[in-house]
Design a protein around this ligand. Structure first.
Ligand code: WT7
Length: 654
């Protein structure tokens, strides 16, 4: 654990406003009162395994039934043991066979004007079956790892579902990552195949994804083939024998590809996320438990109905896109909007235009986007009719009450509940959130746990803290959507999540519970920065900096940022180099190359030495204060010596 001490956190946020659902909303909701929520929650705790057993039998298709609900060999869980199912079957075949093939699955909107496609469930089943046969043609089998590096086009979902159909394990790599980051992930997973595109559109610019993929493939010895989707017609160089166009691959394959019956615990995907060490962790999720959890949490939290048009603005490169664009909504047969591009292209009203066009009824977005909308101004919102909206959602980081109120009033017209959903890549799906017809909202609180989830807040001595005291947030029991491990590293899985607090899952977040039993998330306990709702570890940024030949030592910290939540500030000691603006730019470029644009530091400060504790740990808390204070920025001529501050501060740090 870092020097930041959990368990002793003062609560500075005192938010007392309460927003119950309107009578009309509650009347139509599946779970329409606090009593109904309490009853469901109590049922789930009285016999948790029995509860999930019933859910699994009712809500998934089984080729073969499971014979045991949970096998818990702490900390390794197996859910629905012995059962055979298929996630792509549950997302596609189940609807088509039930006569719902003509339902729209995706209203896809590309970034360039007028670039639109409407895709039904029957269309999606056809495309997924063809592509799955294409994967088989390349020799991809159950258990093989497939990296996917694509823009937000329907084929990204098709590629994920096609892997799921044949039991290949996908690893989606966000389209903003660099060649280095892709190669690291390919190599850690020993991926056999990379699926990419010649590019995608972002803020009017064509992103050359294939060029980045080529650079990554030069360092990815396990990857045998690269499938390339033609999105831009920009004719990237194709490597003979290795590269194959998506359309050529499927031109001569059979149309039918039955979904393979897979074991409940067969791996569905790996998704890399940041931890507090430099090496990204491949979070591993499996078939049945994940599928059930994504589906049911989607239905509970978004109170989903057949007539809804759901829009989750996340990218499929993150867990939110996995669980609440692909697997949750599609298992539930939802009709969705999927958008390729930026919220401010060609103008800052793009989201509101999309909502008006498709009559979106449920919008699920991130606080970082909401803060940007507030900054861009109400006039962009006022140009559009947003009366189709009935429910709003937020995810990725805490939403500050001011942004919450703006979202509620300006976007929701004061009539839409806001589901502030707390969860993680590791949890697979939403863990705490208001159920919108039942649980009154408080701005800034993720309110209460979902069925089967028991959160606890503990102090350093592992005792439960009292009401309104902050502490480490832990989860008491296993749940079907939980991660099953870190790819190839059981020891790290045990160490990171199950060691500090025995018999509980350690979330890595701090939280407090108020007098109404509502939870308030208070940020991370480890050295992880949350930039625009995405986790980055300080050590990854530091390692990237130190890999530059001019850098001796580096420390990265988060500082508050109005739009991004946190911005990255780095303190750098150079080896016999001048601290110039050119050096600052070179270091930023270097981080962009090593990790990607989202990790580029906002502030680079040069120092002759870093402040350290007596045991040699960098004093991040002190650096965080300095970064937040912003003094000294922009002045490249002076070289600060932050270590001198240690003499003043040493007592409370070591
Ligand atoms: C971390 C997980 C969950 C999908 C997107 C991020 C923070 C997430 C909230 C929320 C306060 C939140 C936590 C969590 N977080 N949602 N509603 N309120 N904080 O997934 O990259 O795995 O990050 O994001 O710190 O631990 P992730």
């Amino acid at each position: 654990m870092s020097e930041s001490s959990p368990g002793k956190i003062s609560n500075v946020l005192n938010e007392t406003r309460v927003f119950p659902p309107s009578e009309a909303f509650a009347k139509n909701a599946a779970i329409g009162s606090m009593a109904a929520y309490e009853a469901l929650y109590a049922e789930s705790l009285a016999d948790t395994e029995g509860f999930w057993e019933k859910q699994a039998k009712e809500h998934l298709h089984w080729f073969e039934p499971f014979h045991k609900t949970l096998e818990w060999d702490e900390p390794f869980a197996k859910w629905f043991v012995g059962g055979k199912t298929n996630v792509s079957y549950n997302c596609l075949d189940a609807h088509v066979l039930a006569g719902r093939g003509q339902r729209v699955a995706l209203y896809w909107e590309g970034e360039p004007a007028g670039d639109r496609r409407t895709i039904t469930y029957a269309d999606l089943l056809r495309d997924v079956s063809l592509f799955a046969n294409g994967l088989k043609k390349l020799g991809i089998k159950k258990g093989d790892r497939v990296s996917i590096y694509m823009p937000m086009v329907p084929e990204l979902a098709v590629a994920m579902l096609a892997c799921a159909r044949i039991g290949a394990i996908h690893s989606v790599i966000f389209g903003g990552f660099s060649a280095e980051a892709i190669a690291d992930r390919n190599n850690d997973a020993k991926a056999k195949l990379l699926i990419t595109s010649d590019g995608g559109w972002r803020r009017g610019k064509a992103l050359a994804l294939k060029a980045t993929a080529d650079e990554a493939l030069a360092k990815s010895p396990t990857v045998e083939h690269c499938i390339v989707l033609n999105r831009l017609n920009n004719n990237p160089p194709m490597v003979e024998c290795r590269d194959i166009w998506w359309h050529d691959l499927i031109s001569d394959v059979p149309a039918d590809c039955p979904a393979e019956p897979l074991d409940s615990e067969d791996s569905l995907f790996i998704l890399y996320t940041s931890g507090s060490t430099g090496k990204p962790k491949g979070i591993r999720h499996t078939t049945a438990g994940y599928n059930l959890y994504a589906k049911r949490t989607f239905e509970w939290v978004f109170d989903h109905r057949a007539e809804d048009i759901f829009w989750c603005t996340a990218d499929c490169g993150w867990i939110t896109g996995h669980s609440y664009i692909v697997y949750g909504p599609m298992s539930a047969g939802a009709t969705q909007v999927m958008y390729e591009g930026a919220p401010n292209w060609p103008e800052e009203d793009r989201f509101w235009e999309i909502i008006e066009r498709y009559k979106v009824s449920i919008l699920y977005t991130a606080p970082t986007a909401i803060r940007a909308f507030i900054k861009w101004g109400d006039h962009h919102v006022d140009k559009h009719d947003l009366s189709s909206l009935r429910l709003l959602g937020s995810v990725g980081e805490g939403i500050n009450p001011e942004a919450w109120m703006w979202y509620y009033e300006k976007i929701g017209g004061g009539r839409c509940p806001i589901v502030d959903t707390w969860w993680q890549t590791e949890t697979g799906g939403i863990m705490m959130s208001p159920l919108p017809g039942a649980i009154p909202c408080k701005p800034g609180s993720c309110t209460r746990p979902l069925p089967g989830i028991i959160p606890r807040v503990l102090d350093d001595s592992l005792a439960e803290v009292g009401t309104n005291h902050g502490g480490m947030l832990c989860i008491e029991k296993p749940w079907p959507g939980m991660l099953r491990g870190i790819w190839g590293d059981d020891a790290r899985y045990q160490d990171q999540y199950w060691k500090l607090v025995p018999h509980m899952y350690l979330t890595g977040d701090n939280a407090r519970q108020d007098e109404d039993g509502y939870f308030w998330i208070m940020g991370r306990i480890d050295d992880v920065i949350n930039v625009s709702g995405h986790r980055l570890s300080t050590i990854e940024v530091e390692s990237a900096l130190v890999s530059h030949p001019a850098v001796a030592e580096a420390a990265a910290v988060g500082r508050p940022d109005e739009i991004k939540g946190q911005a990255i500030a780095v303190f750098v000691t150079l080896k016999n180099h001048e601290p110039t603006d050119a050096m600052r730019d070179a270091l930023k470029k270097h981080v962009r190359k090593e990790i990607g644009a989202l990790a580029v530091p906002d502030d680079v400060r040069f120092t002759s030495s870093l402040p350290k504790t007596r045991s040699g740990k960098i004093m991040r808390r002190l650096l965080r204060d300095i970064a937040a204070g912003k003094e000294g920025t922009g002045d490249t001529s002076t070289l600060e010596d932050y270590s001198v501050l240690v003499r003043l501060r040493n007592d409370d740090e070591s």
